[in-house]
Ligand binder design. Structure first.
Ligand code: ING
Length: 311
């Protein structure tokens, strides 16, 4: 019996900084209900920072103002309508948000819920950008200032007869992130991103931002035989123009569905979850073909003097 799952990726257009959580969640509920109106969709994936504007793009000097972007609890009252819709439709939902723990630790987080039951939580490991404001830049990326490195590792869980993992934005550019999930048997990765078209640190890459987005996720999918569902927060949000390109990628590396706009947009696909196992039987049989005893440096501290360490 082939294992199939219909999934939807919901791309979001900009979230105005002035929008309340209630207003944003109402927008997510409308999109969730449209995405699951076929009665067959079992999973809906929203982007990173799906409850607020992507505030690491600017300096926030007021502690009180900064703290307002984080969720003190998850689930909470504001998200409840979305979780109720998830329960009513019998479809799981993944969304990203800024998290403050009871110990006052701050993370860029993603959660997968089935109704009010949290299936999986992940805290972003690869934080791009800087921990100091650079006034010369047209916009900031202050994730290293506003978040800690995730402390949950790369968790994978059994879910609906498959195994699922979560990643967040910059994680998708690092092969180790997908591999950590694939080593645990993940067949499906849900991720979201807020990616500016312009990369201040390397302007020459601007012409390739969409290509690098797809390349990163397609490589991760193919080299690990996993379904990758990538949801963008797109369009000009608080002055920062972000790519769209939300997509569903099969374990063979092919993009099988992709958004064409830079606004709210829903894409869906009936995933053959057995494709992952077919690729892992021979071509990407990790047990037969990988040589971890020769990879030790990949998991050790960076060599002194990189990118030109002593040989
Ligand atoms: N955003 C960007 C991302 O990784 C970035 C930051 C853009 C890094 C372009 C490198 C190149 O897509 C987040 N939020 O990680």
């Amino acid at each position: 019996m082939t294992r199939t799952l219909r999934a939807a990726v919901v791309q979001l257009g900009p979230i105005p900084d002035a929008d309340s959580r209630e207003k944003v969640v109402a927008r997510l509920v409308d999109l969730f209900e449209e995405a699951t109106s076929d009665g067959r969709t079992g999973l809906v994936v929203f982007p990173e920072a799906a409850l607020t504007a992507f505030f690491p793009h600017w300096e926030i000097t007021s502690t009180e103002e900064l703290q307002a972007y984080y969720e003190d609890q998850m689930p909470n009252e504001a998200i409840a309508p979305l979780l109720e819709a998830s329960a009513a439709r019998g479809a799981a939902v993944k969304f990203g948000y800024a998290e403050r723990t009871p110990e006052n630790r701050l993370f860029n987080t993603a959660s997968l819920f089935e109704g009010t039951q949290e299936v999986l939580r992940y805290r972003k490991v690869h934080l791009p950008g800087y921990n100091e404001v650079n006034p010369d830049l047209p916009f900031q990326n202050l994730e290293k200032k506003y978040f800690e490195v995730g402390n949950l590792g790369f968790p994978v869980t059994e879910w609906r007869d498959t195994r699922v993992g979560l990643l967040i934005c910059n994680d998708r550019r690092w092969p180790e992130a997908y591999r950590m999930l694939a080593l645990q048997g993940a067949e499906l990765v849900c991720l979201g991103y807020n990616t500016p078209i312009h990369t201040p640190s390397i302007p020459e890459a601007d012409q390739h931002t969409d290509f690098h987005n797809e390349l990163s996720m397609q490589a991760g999918a193919y080299q690990n035989s996993m379904w990758v569902l990538g949801a963008a927060k797109a369009g000009v949000e608080e002055g920062v123009d972000q790519i769209g390109g939300s997509c569903i990628i099969a374990p063979n590396g092919k993009i099988v569905a992709q958004a064409v706009s830079k606004d709210d947009e829903i894409i869906g696909y009936d995933m053959d979850l057995d494709m992952s196992a077919r690729f892992r039987e021979h071509m990407f049989n990790f047990t037969f073909h990988r040589r971890p005893e020769l990879y030790r440096p990949i998991s050790e501290p960076m060599p002194e003097g990189w990118p030109r360490p002593a040989l």
